[in-house]
Design a protein around this ligand. Structure first.
Ligand SMILES: Cc1cc2nc3c(=O)[nH]c(=O)nc-3n(C[C@H](O)[C@H](O)[C@H](O)COP(=O)(O)OP(=O)(O)OC[C@H]3O[C@@H](n4cnc5c(N)ncnc54)[C@H](O)[C@@H]3O)c2cc1C
Length: 401
């Protein structure tokens, strides 16, 4: 294979898009994804890349939260799940803490939607014995992939889509967001001086950069910012042109999941699952051997096959009919969580009626027949690869429909 092939197709795309090294990636996953991307390029819709039309919270997550709350769903955002207990082959209760206070969640059915690096630490020998398909979760691998945003005094659209800085040492990709955020008035944010936002993902955290000769994992927040900014400029300011100028940089924001207890011991609270060769066998289905526990996360086996929001969504859609059919065999089914909180001290050593199946439990009801709220429209985008050696390798810029 030529070095250009390796740079662009062998290594660049997998590393930059899914934080996976070509040498260890699953051919099945990478092959399917590449085929899907190519198919989308030549398909009649020519939709290759989709972006939200505003900040994710505003146009996607908050509308869903509002909708679900209107339907009676109650979110407990300060709850941390610490363990599953088994009772007669079923899970019940779940051990948790809320604001540091331990309690138990007793329910008829549970849906676990925690990331694989958390879920794998909650598996006891008893749980693995009851659900052998969970036994190898700790063999799945994660990598760091996190973002930094640059707030610019003037807008720098760059390209109408994602840009991949193929041979940047830190495997950078970016989106210049203002052009897609139709209806969002940037002057209403902060002190009103921000003209554009360049959102950058860093997919390689273990290779040295160009400025400090250190991997991102060992850099301070400021060093990460300086390094990323420099690598972007190396790719964009070529052939005498200046697309990124230091004077345009108003401020920046690094993903708070990157924690700095010590500049050389940076911690990432949310690493990303990578599909390494042979890992499919370790990934469970949405329905596992324990009849009242379902999975709805990106590590579940799905057709999407990649750790994405779409993959997690597909897992949830796979699990939903299973859960529904078990909870009530009617069309207007009731879905978990039917849950009851049991104070830790009073519940020790005796089964809760919900766990033993003796009592109906109050719960949150989601009916399958409910209409799904409109979320947002997506945009058709171009796709551009940037390289310092080849100042721009454009995919065809398609007009917005
Ligand atoms: C930088 C970056 C960019 C990405 N870009 C894209 C993209 O453009 N498109 C795309 O589709 N995907 C993208 N992804 C991947 C996508 O974000 C994930 O695959 C997706 O969010 C997985 O969804 P999930 O519901 O399985 O897990 P998460 O979204 O990780 O949700 C898990 C939840 O569990 C909670 N939790 C963790 N531990 C506990 C505990 N002990 N008790 C209770 N709750 C707990 C967490 O707080 C979190 O809310 C990106 C990922 C990264 C890191």
């Amino acid at each position: 294979m030529s070095s250009t092939y390796q740079t662009y197709l062998g290594q660049g795309l997998t590393r930059s898009l899914v934080a996976m090294r070509a040498q260890e990636g699953s051919t099945r996953t990478v092959g399917y994804i590449l085929l899907q991307l190519l198919y989308d390029l030549i398909g009649p819709d020519q939709v290759f890349d989709r972006l939200l039309k505003g900040p994710t919270d505003d146009v996607w997550l908050n509308p869903w939260v509002d909708y679900l709350q209107r339907r009676g769903v109650v979110f407990h955002t300060a709850v941390q799940v610490n363990g599953f207990e088994l009772d007669g082959g079923r899970v019940c209760p779940v051990q948790a803490t809320e604001n540091g206070n331990p309690f138990q969640i007793a329910a008829s059915y549970y849906i676990a939607a925690m990331p694989v690096d958390v879920m794998s630490t909650l598996l006891t020998p008893a749980l693995k014995a009851a659900a052998p398909s969970l036994a190898n979760l700790d063999r799945l691998q994660t990598r760091w992939m996190n973002g930094i945003q640059f707030y610019l005094r003037r807008d720098v659209p760059l390209v109408r889509g994602h840009a991949i800085y193929l041979d940047s040492p830190w495997a950078l990709t970016s989106v210049s967001q203002r052009q897609f955020w139709t209806g969002v008035d940037l002057s209403s944010f902060g002190d009103g001086t921000v003209g554009g936002i360049l959102s950058v993902d860093i997919s390689e955290w273990e290779q040295p950069g160009v400025l400090y000769d250190k991997p991102a994992m060992q850099c301070t927040a400021t060093e990460i910012k300086e390094e990323v900014w420099t690598q972007l400029k190396q790719h964009l300011n070529v052939a005498g042109g200046i697309q990124l100028d230091d004077v345009d940089l108003e401020t920046w924001f690094l993903d708070p999941d990157i924690q700095f207890p010590n500049p050389t011991l940076v911690t990432n609270l949310e690493p990303l699952l990578v599909n390494t060769a042979g890992s499919l066998q370790y990934r469970p289905e949405a329905q596992i051997e324990i009849p009242n526990l379902f999975l709805a996360s990106d590590y579940v086996r799905t057709y999407t096959d990649l750790a994405t929001m779409e993959g997690a969504n597909e897992a949830a859609r796979r699990e939903l009919p299973l859960a529904r059919s078990r909870v009530h065999r009617t069309t207007r089914a009731t879905l978990a969580p039917h849950r009851t909180r049991i104070p830790q001290a009073s519940s020790r050593n005796r089964p809760h009626p919900v766990c033993s199946g003796a009592a109906p439990s109050p719960g949150v009801i989601i009916r399958a027949t409910d209409p799904i709220p409109p979320v947002c429209s997506s945009l058709r985008l171009a796709f551009t690869l940037w390289s310092p050696r080849h100042s721009s390798l454009h995919g065809p810029a398609r007009p917005k429909p």
